[in-house]
Design a protein around this ligand. Sequence first.
Ligand SMILES: [Zn+2]
Length: 64
Amino acid sequence: MTDYTKEELAAFLETIPYKALAKELARRNSERRKVKSGGRPKVLRPCPKCHKQLGARELARHKC
Ligand SMILES: [Zn+2]
């Protein structure tokens, strides 16, 4: 399984579409970013009453 020659390996890598590779790299990069910033990026929604921008959890807890 692992005894490919460099040429065979290069030929194999060339069969992977660049887009799939870029997509995978982007996914990994965004994952790394999310971890650094502490999990899921917040989606802010305005409070229907006071229109303050709040995250989903904050909005659920929020009373005004
Ligand atoms: Zn409010």
